[in-house]
Design a protein around this ligand. Structure first.
Ligand SMILES: [Zn+2]
Length: 335
């Protein structure tokens, strides 16, 4: 990790980065001094800016030197969209500020840069995160809060890129608070789901590889990748978990009744043969393609719509039953 003008630093696991020699720069720091990963990243960013003028790469990958070759991929005249630090104010106003700026932004590039600035400016330092869901081992991650969700991801270009994708999806789709309140944490893991073998057998889908899992108020993405639409699907599992006490709507639930009447909402639901997956994909369609969902699955649409708006199940209006039925959040689980 030697640099032309920041000295020589080594990463100390769980602690940060330690200056082992300030012979070649790094004179603002005392030899042997330890700083956080985030502070070290800032230091490297500043070095990169000094070396390359103001057109530094948006992010400096952790442990890797800046790769100026990447810049040649840009089209001539294309300005690098560098995240610009800004004052986001106290935590209570940051969400609203990003939403406001995002709405006013005039291009995709500007929107993406805003989110990246938000992430960069509000990111915590690196710390070990215990294994969640199908993660086999703990993983070092940084975190950023947005829209009532704490997002955890590995430090580096790929981690921030994935975090940007997640926030972008949240901003674009404008998920309701009624849905978000059932999910408090999202983890973007580089690991493969250790339970893939189990799901392969359970769902009878050969070579099954989980993109993400939901449950217990959190969502985990695997393989260092973000699959579009997976977040809201997993949030759907968490919604089911709160409403039914299980991600599987029980036989006495209204969803189970309309599930028996209407066709499956997706190929994935059909293949898995699982009412829980049908419910999660219904929540996804409700947010991503509401018109088509309403047209093709009017009963399921009403049940999901009521759940999102009231937190309770209601009998669809065109059903024969006169009285609306409700399944409160204390409904007993069957699995
Ligand atoms: Zn699922």
């Amino acid at each position: 990790m030697a640099g032309p003008n920041i000295g020589t630093w080594v990463k100390v696991k769980g602690v940060g980065t330690k200056l082992i020699s300030n012979k070649d720069g790094g004179r603002n720091y005392t030899q042997g001094q330890t700083i956080t990963q985030s502070e070290f990243q800032d230091l490297r960013q500043k070095r990169a800016e000094r070396l390359q003028g103001d057109k530094a790469l948006p992010y400096i990958d952790n442990g890797e030197s800046a790769n100026p070759a990447r810049k040649t991929k840009r089209e001539p005249g294309d300005t690098p969209s560098k995240p610009v630090s800004r004052d986001w104010g106290p935590p209570s106003v940051r969400d609203a500020k990003l939403r406001d700026l995002y709405t006013k932004a005039s291009s995709d590039k500007e929107r993406s840069r805003l989110i990246r600035s938000y992430i960069k400016d509000n990111e915590t330092t690196l710390r070990p995160i215990e294994a969640k869901h199908g993660m086999k081992d703990p993983e070092e991650m940084v975190s950023v809060k947005f829209g009532g969700i704490e997002l955890h991801y590995p430090l580096g270009v790929a981690g921030r890129k994935n975090a940007t994708t997640v926030l972008q999806e949240m901003l674009q789709d404008n998920y309701s608070q009624a849905l978000i309140k059932h999910t408090s944490s999202v983890y973007l893991s580089n690991q493969r789901n250790k339970n893939d073998d189990y799901w392969e057998k359970t769902y009878n889908i050969p070579n099954f590889r989980s993109a993400a899992t939901g449950g217990k108020g959190s969502v985990v993405f695997y393989n260092g990748r973000i699959q579009p639409g997976a977040l809201v699907h997993e949030m759907g599992h968490n919604l089911a978990g709160s409403v039914y006490g299980s991600s599987t709507p029980p036989p006495n639930s209204i969803y189970a009744k309309v599930y028996a009447k209407e066709k499956r909402v997706s190929v994935y639901s059909e293949k898995s043969g699982s009412i829980g997956e049908d419910f999660a994909d219904a929540v996804k369609l409700y947010h991503k393609q509401p018109k088509e969902f309403r047209k093709n699955h009017p009963l399921k649409y009403q049940v999901i719509d009521n759940l999102i708006k009231t937190g309770k199940e209601w009998q669809p209006k065109n059903a024969k039953t006169a009285k609306p039925l409700m399944v409160g959040i204390t409904a007993s689980p069957t699995t």
